[in-house]
Write a protein that binds this ligand. Structure first.
Ligand SMILES: [Zn+2]
Length: 294
């Protein structure tokens, strides 16, 4: 009898548990080159005349994303501040209950803080890859040092790269904002992801951009649409082990990267090797992508 009672009790408890609203966890990774209005280094770092404004636009786009996510219900949010020094967001302007990942280095770089408990990843302010002609500030991970990254033979943007990193944890990409090339590039591997195209690129340092207010509205509306797709989005999973090829602007960097066990020179500017997973590759890239100049 006691046993039967406790079974009934357990069953009713599990029903209660299933009915309790479980806050959705959403991971936001934010870069700066794809923020509305950003086109040049004048916006991208502390020395630029417009960096203070660009930080405010970036922060407002993250807040617009959070508002869009929360329009359909409560959500736990982690924001990875992922441009430059990792301290671009004006964190006192964010909602009190979000967590922020700041500063570099960190093992998972632009995706530090993600794990398999998240329902979706969101990319704000992203840009196209090194080999995407005319993308605003097109580069992959380091505009100064790297000449592009290939995973299993495919040249990737940071958006595709980070989609693969999220995919390793089973987390799908729900949304991306940036210039047209950044958005369409990610949608090649995450076709159901919603996007906000806030700039039409003319070239590396020029675009036709919407206003910050319009960009924020587009991002909020895009996230509202994206949250309606939660549950049906598929993570982007790359074949593992992963063939990595890394290009360097300096042949000297390729020369020294080839000293690392597991990496071999594939041409004057490049090295390649095969690695266990995206976590291993992300750690490796941060070391070989930042060698001190001789
Ligand atoms: Zn970037």
């Amino acid at each position: 009898m006691i046993a039967r009672l406790s079974v009934v009790l357990l069953l009713s408890l599990s029903v209660l548990h299933a009915q309790a609203p479980r806050p959705r966890k959403i991971f936001i990774s934010v870069d700066m080159e794809g923020i509305t209005g950003v086109v040049q280094p004048a916006q991208l770092g502390p020395d630029g005349f417009e960096y203070a404004s660009a930080r405010a636009w970036m922060t407002a786009e993250v807040n617009a994303a959070i508002a869009g996510i929360r329009a359909s219900g409560p959500a736990q949010i982690v924001v990875a501040d992922s441009h430059g020094n990792g301290q671009s967001l004006l964190i006192d302007k964010l909602p009190e209950d979000v967590r922020i990942v700041r500063g570099f280095p960190r093992p998972l770089e632009m995706m530090q803080g993600i794990d398999d408990s998240f329902a979706a990843a969101v990319f704000i302010g992203y840009h196209g890859s090194e080999w995407t002609a005319n993308a605003v500030r097109g580069h992959t991970i380091s505009s100064a040092r790297l000449l592009g990254i290939k995973l299993n033979g495919m040249e990737v943007s940071e958006g595709i790269y980070n989609a693969a990193l999220a995919g390793q944890f089973g987390v799908p990409v729900a949304f991306i904002s940036g210039d047209r090339l950044a958005v369409t590039q990610v949608q090649q591997v995450a076709p159901a992801a919603e996007g906000a195209i806030v700039k039409e690129p003319y070239g590396y340092h020029s675009a036709n951009t919407v206003t910050p207010a319009r960009g924020q509205a587009m991002i909020r509306e895009g996230l509202e649409r994206a949250m309606g797709k939660l549950g049906s989005l598929q993570p982007y999973r790359v074949r593992m082990p992963i063939d990595l090829e890394v290009g360097f602007k300096l042949t000297l960097d390729a020369e020294r990267a080839a000293y690392v066990p597991g990496l071999a020179r594939s041409d004057a500017h490049s090295v390649k090797g095969t690695f266990h997973d995206m976590i291993e590759i992300t750690r490796l890239l941060q070391v070989i992508g930042g060698l001190e100049l001789p």
